[in-house]
Write a protein that binds this ligand. Structure first.
Ligand SMILES: Cc1cc2nc3c(=O)[nH]c(=O)nc-3n(C[C@H](O)[C@H](O)[C@H](O)COP(=O)(O)OP(=O)(O)OC[C@H]3O[C@@H](n4cnc5c(N)ncnc54)[C@H](O)[C@@H]3O)c2cc1C
Length: 459
């Protein structure tokens, strides 16, 4: 017979990456964890209706990949066996950024490139192997059950797959329902404070069969940086495919047809992406997506947050997808949840408002590097409309110089990759050896910069 755990029942609403991560963490402390998911979670890598972002390029940052392997050992190997592509981050990526190619560097940082449906199906299969995790699929959470007197969430009301209403009671409820979060809908009248940058990003993506003669890169990224609004990437996918995604900032419309897609690709500052897709066979039509804003909900600022409730993933903080941080942020928040529940379980206390307050404060702190990194870049598009604080303008000035220095310096380039992959804190970009290169770098502007081949550690 299984040994009793510290707590009885946890409820996780949403069965995407956030829900699966949260459930995995809680399974070590609760006798039973119930995931409530409105769709069917397939073990085949299929596109889901509620995850439209699955049609677009997805990268798994190194920090996210490491946390996946920590909680679901062997996952990265299984993904690679299923066709995911290992990428030597220092050499296999060709990244044109701020007017030049980022320098190559040596290290053992290996990224994994694959489709979003493959990540989801692998995680869904992994979570189904836990005996104390129950998944209620095709079941919609309708509302939180709140005990007003104790200011605590005590469970949820659901509509099960037969259309019947039920209640599930639990010690802790985790909302991972994404950007249309159930908690926000229910607490509308509370006016939860939020931070936002209305960046209005658009995506257009198309899948291609890889050509037989491959270019000298596995991943291609082209982003000129503000004020240029267009960016483009090609990522490898399982099954010998490529996904080409054209992104745009600040309200630019996405291309919708073959001709529009090719025209936008052709207008990128370097021809590499256009050339590559011109020689590859399309396997899909163009799919589009619009992302309105970076937003984080400041439950941490509530004087009296509801006890027994945690909000995690996009439901808490939704970041510009062009920086690929969403899944890693989910993993970081889940890791925090594990730490706090472990601490709490030692005292035997219930999940009071004090627990929720602690979680929300720490979650904002730990996702702050991702938020700062994304919004610092996004705010460049608002320099004529918003009076940015001096500290933001200084950081933007510095990071622009840092990107220019990363064209020539393998050390600066590698440090940036490590920070962008959430492995090291942003303060590493300011450490003396990097600052010296950034501040003495000759060019502070991309104008007139000739396009050169990436520098390497040896150059
Ligand atoms: C175009 C695009 C590209 C992106 N690219 C990347 C990338 O390259 N790398 C990266 O890391 N991130 C990327 N992201 C972000 C990433 O997709 C999200 O951060 C991540 O999916 C968040 O996971 P989540 O579990 O919090 O929410 P979601 O993935 O949105 O999942 C929410 C889940 O809750 C379920 N649900 C909702 N309401 C209910 C309810 N009432 N009852 C039951 N179930 C419910 C839904 O069916 C769904 O399964 C991208 C996002 C977009 C839009």
């Amino acid at each position: 017979m299984a040994q009793r755990k510290q707590y009885d029942q946890a409820i996780v609403i949403g069965g995407s990456v956030g829900g699966i991560f949260a459930a995995r963490v809680l399974a070590d402390f609760f006798d039973r964890v119930t995931i409530v998911e409105s769709e069917h979670l397939s073990s085949d890598a299929k596109q889901r209706k509620n995850i439209p972002q699955g049609n677009h390029a997805h990268t798994l940052l190194i920090r996210g990949g490491r946390l996946i392997n920590q909680y679901f050992p062997g996952t990265i190997d299984r993904l690679v066996a299923a066709g995911a592509v290992p990428v030597d981050m220092g050499h296999d990526i060709r990244w044109h950024h701020f007017g030049g190619w980022k320098a190559h560097w040596d290290d053992d940082m290996i990224g994994t490139f694959l489709s979003r449906p493959l990540v989801e199906s692998e995680l869904a299969s992994a979570i189904k192997r836990f005996p104390n995790i129950e998944i209620r699929e095709q079941t919609k959470a309708e509302s939180l059950i709140v005990n007003e007197g104790e200011n605590r969430v005590q469970g949820i009301r659901i509509q099960n797959k037969n259309g019947e209403c039920e209640e599930i009671r639990g010690d802790l409820v985790i909302d991972t329902t994404g950007h249309n979060s159930l908690t926000l809908q229910q607490l509308k009248s509370e006016n939860i404070p939020f931070d936002e940058v209305p960046i209005k990003v658009s995506y257009a993506s198309r899948i291609y069969r890889q050509p037989t003669s491959l270019p000298p890169w596995k991943v291609l990224m082209i982003a000129q940086g503000a004020p240029s609004k267009r960016a483009g990437v090609i990522f490898p996918l399982e099954g010998g495919r490529w996904i080409a995604t054209l992104g745009a900032y600040a309200g630019e419309a996405p291309p919708k047809t073959h001709d529009e897609f090719m025209a936008v690709a052709r207008a990128l500052p370097v021809p590499d992406l256009y050339r590559a897709i011109s020689e590859a066979e399309p396997m899909s039509d163009v799919t589009t997506y619009r992302f309105p804003r970076d937003i984080r909900h400041r439950y941490d600022k509530l004087k009296n947050p509801l006890g027994g409730l945690v909000v995690l993933g996009d439901a808490l903080c939704r970041l510009n997808p062009l920086y690929g941080q969403g899944m890693a942020a989910v993993a970081v928040e889940s890791d925090l949840l594990r730490e706090l529940v472990q601490k709490w379980s030692k005292t035997g206390e219930a999940f009071s408002p004090a627990f929720s307050r602690k979680y929300f404060k720490q979650a904002i702190k730990r996702t702050s590097p991702a938020w700062q990194g994304a919004t610092l870049e996004d705010l460049r598009f608002f320099k004529d409309e918003v009076d940015l604080p001096l500290s933001t303008r200084i950081q933007q000035w510095y990071t622009r110089r840092m990107h220019l220095a990363a064209i020539d310096s393998p050390e600066v380039s590698k440090t940036f990759y490590r920070v962008a992959n959430l492995l090291d804190p942003p303060t590493d970009l300011f450490k003396p050896s990097i600052a010296a290169r950034v501040l003495t770098h000759g060019s502070a502007t991309t104008e007139g910069l000739e396009i050169r081949e990436p520098a390497t550690s040896a150059s």
